[in-house]
Design a protein around this ligand. Structure first.
Ligand code: CP
Length: 311
């Protein structure tokens, strides 16, 4: 269970102690992932199905690795090579997968609410691996884990999230997670990419990117979601980069020990320049490593039978 749920659909509504439980469990999982033999029997006999209806590199691979490190059977479903291509609906596909008795279904889908719909209709645990512009809770958790690992606390930090906030499920999960843990979240981007009611989500909207960066402890850069037609919201990529690209000059405005993060995929030269993405303040690849540990923790907490992390 995470909080009082056997699903992980959103970070909204999770209590600080629920989040802390996942992060503490992930710390143990990271230790396992760094061993010479990276496998424990904790979820032996369990089945995890990854249902991905949208492209993914990091999330899909890390869920598969996470499931296998815990000794569960991991099955990958890819929409383009499935009967979805013949017109089968999401719910019919999910019911057919459920008939094979999985313990957890991990779903990524372009529709906001797809994970919630499965949770309402299926008996197994559902993990949201990204639904439309709504939520990407495991990304939010791995971002929290990555920052906590470096800063030792999340409370009182100034966390800037910049870019295409409107279409970002990562931004929504990060805002929910960081504010729950006592961070101040500031969002920045072109006005067309800031959702109405951003403040209601718990974030402050900065007037300029430079104002947002002033004294920031963490800067999370987001790509423009061209697959959700965000390209039409800005005059040109060049114009966007002029005002919103994270370059060394802008990074100097942040705190001297600022952490630079990005959920990936990175569009170099657009939202972030290579010098910063590959520089000493960047934790982009640490996020990827931590993604495995956090997903191990989530799978374990949702379907592990023992309270102890098997060694
Ligand atoms: N961060 C993230 O969701 O990356 P993928 O789309 O590659 O899974």
């Amino acid at each position: 269970m995470i909080g009082n749920s056997r699903h992980l659909l959103t970070l909204e509504g999770l209590l600080p102690e629920d989040i802390t439980q996942v992060l503490d469990t992930a710390a143990g999982m990271k230790e396992i992932s760094r061993r010479k033999i990276k496998k424990v029997p904790t979820l032996r006999g369990k089945t995890v199905v990854n249902l991905f209806f949208e492209p993914s590199t990091r999330t899909k691979t890390s869920f598969e690795i996470a499931a296998k490190r815990l000794s569960s059977d991991a099955i990958n479903f890819t929409a383009s090579s499935s009967s979805t291509a013949k017109g089968e609906t999401l719910i019919d596909t999910a019911r057919n997968i459920e008939a094979m008795n999985p313990d957890i279904v991990v779903i990524r889908h372009r529709y906001s609410g797809a994970a919630m719909m499965l949770a309402d209709r299926l008996d197994c645990s559902i993990v949201n691996a990204g639904d439309g512009c709504h939520q990407h809770p495991t990304q939010g958790l791995l971002d929290l884990f990555t920052v906590r690992e470096r800063k030792k606390t999340l409370s009182g930090l100034k966390v800037v999230i910049a870019g295409d906030i409107t279409h970002s499920r990562v931004a929504r999960s990060d805002i929910a997670g960081f504010t729950a843990m006592g961070s101040e979240v500031v969002v920045s981007g072109p006005p067309t990419m800031i959702p109405e009611g951003a403040e209601r989500l718990g974030a402050r909207v900065a007037g300029t990117f430079e104002e947002a960066l002033d004294g920031a402890d963490v800067v999370i850069m987001l790509r423009i979601q061209l697959e959700r037609r965000s390209g039409s919201l800005i005059p040109s990529m060049r114009e966007y980069a002029r005002f919103f690209s994270l370059n060394p000059g802008r990074l100097d405005l942040a705190s001297k020990d600022v952490l630079v993060m990005h959920p990936g995929p990175v569009n170099r030269g657009v939202e972030i320049c290579s010098e910063v993405a590959d520089g000493g303040r960047s934790l982009i690849l640490d996020q990827v490593e931590n993604g495995v540990a956090v997903r191990m923790a989530v799978l374990y907490l949702l379907c592990g039978e023992s309270d102890e992390v098997a060694g």
